[in-house]
Ligand binder design. Structure first.
Ligand code: PLP
Length: 385
């Protein structure tokens, strides 16, 4: 069977099936060299490699795998998800207009306010689930980028990628999508017209809570992409060789990990919705969740491993619930093998749009029944019964 016929889960399981040609190794070597020899004719023609801050052979396989999984033209690994996202905004020019969602990763929202706006980007923040709001916000000829995140942290609101792409492209803008939570297992944003896909590879792509990494995948390796590549190199937002190797190792098990997390998340969402101390469950897989129909169209095979609950009794009851947990771990981040709970309002601080009674749940690979029992008992104990 030629590799061109392999389905995405087969491509991931074998890291594209690359074999190291010199030794026959199935797991690739880690290249630690920071520099490469010039040819005798003073060019780098025989390898194309110059210096580690530009490229490194240890990035090749993971970048090629991501390119294929997302159906793009090229991919770049970064030192972090934030490195990937900020390199994208910094490929714009002062004076350019961008539209970003209210529902987005909080540290990026913070960076836009503290760095990008003073640097000169004109930024409009809108409810990206409302295509009418986007139509009103874009400025044809001046808007250069529309940023979306779907499902969006931590309320899991769903953005209609095809609808956004149509409006943005008509105005002459590109669309970049943070697809960290959807992962290429459930959604391939490029198929819906998105130009740049972004991942915090610290999360599901790696999947073991042991590296910091980011990735971008481009529909087209055009001039904007070259500016992003320039930023990665000149800002030094480069991933380490060992981290790139660990990321590739993590991606080999991406499909079974993410499919299991999503199945458990769905089961938990349904059971928690009936719990007497839970006022709401936010999960795109629930039929009554706003955006469920769009999610069902643009996510195939599952709705992801992230959900949030709103705890009756407010902030204090939510924090007390987290304190009572044993199996779930109280920690930030998501997408690892272990299930994590976080009171988001505490970490996001003043000005957060996240309600104080919300607990964010990253569903790992433990037994789904154990995960429910631990949460249900913690909710009961936090409410004195
Ligand atoms: N995007 C999302 C949805 C995230 O959850 C995070 C991190 O939590 C980021 C981006 C930033 O990624 P990193 O922490 O790898 O810089």
């Amino acid at each position: 069977m030629p590799q061109s016929d392999w389905r995405p889960s087969s491509l991931a399981a074998q890291g594209l099936g690359w074999i190291e040609p010199r030794t026959g190794a199935i797991s690739p070597p880690i290249h630690m060299s920071s520099t490469y020899q010039r040819d005798a004719d003073n060019s780098y023609g025989s390898t194309g490699r110059i210096y580690i801050r530009d490229e490194n052979p240890s990035f090749d396989q993971a970048q090629a795998l991501l390119t294929q999984l997302e159906g793009g033209a090229a991919a770049l690994l970064f030192a972090s998800g934030m490195g990937a996202a900020t390199a994208t905004f910094m490929a714009l020019r002062p004076g350019d207009h961008v539209v970003v969602p209210i529902g987005m990763y909080w540290a990026l929202r913070n960076w836009l306010k503290t760095f990008a706006e003073p640097w000169g980007l004109a930024i409009d923040t809108i409810d990206m689930t409302d295509l009418g709001a986007l139509r009103r916000a874009v400025r044809p000829g001046q808007t250069r980028l529309v940023w979306v995140e779907t499902p969006a942290n931590p309320m899991w609101s769903i953005t209609d990628l095809a609808g956004v792409a149509e409006i943005a492209h008509a105005a002459g803008a590109k669309v970049a999508a943070d697809s960290t939570v959807a992962t290429p297992v459930f959604c391939r944003p490029i198929e819906f017209g998105v130009d740049i896909v972004m991942h915090s590879a610290t999360k599901y792509l790696n999947g073991h809570s042991d590296i910091c990494a980011g990735a971008l995948i481009a529909r087209e390796a055009d001039d904007f992409w070259k500016r992003i590549q320039f930023n990665r190199s000149k800002l030094g937002a480069i991933i380490g060789s060992f981290e790139a190797w660990l990321l590739l190792r993590g991606m080999r098990s991406l499909f079974p990990r993410v499919e299991r997390s999503a199945k458990s998340a769905m089961a938990l969402a349904e059971r928690l919705a009936a719990h007497r101390h839970v006022s709401a469950v936010l999960y795109p897989g629930l039929k009554d969740f706003p955006g469920h129909e769009i999610a069902a169209k643009q996510m195939q095979g599952g709705f992801g491993g992230m959900l949030s609950i709103r705890v009756k009794g407010g902030d204090a009851a939510a924090i007390r619930t987290a304190a009572q947990l044993g199996l779930w771990k109280r920690a930030t981040s998501l997408g690892g093998t272990e299930s994590l709970v976080e009171h988001r309002a505490s970490i996001e601080g003043e000005g957060t749009p996240v309600p104080g009674d919300l607990l964010r749940l990253s569903v790992g690979l433990e037994d789904a029944g154990d995960l429910y029992d631990d949460l249900a008992a913690a909710l009961d104990r936090a409410h004195g019964n």
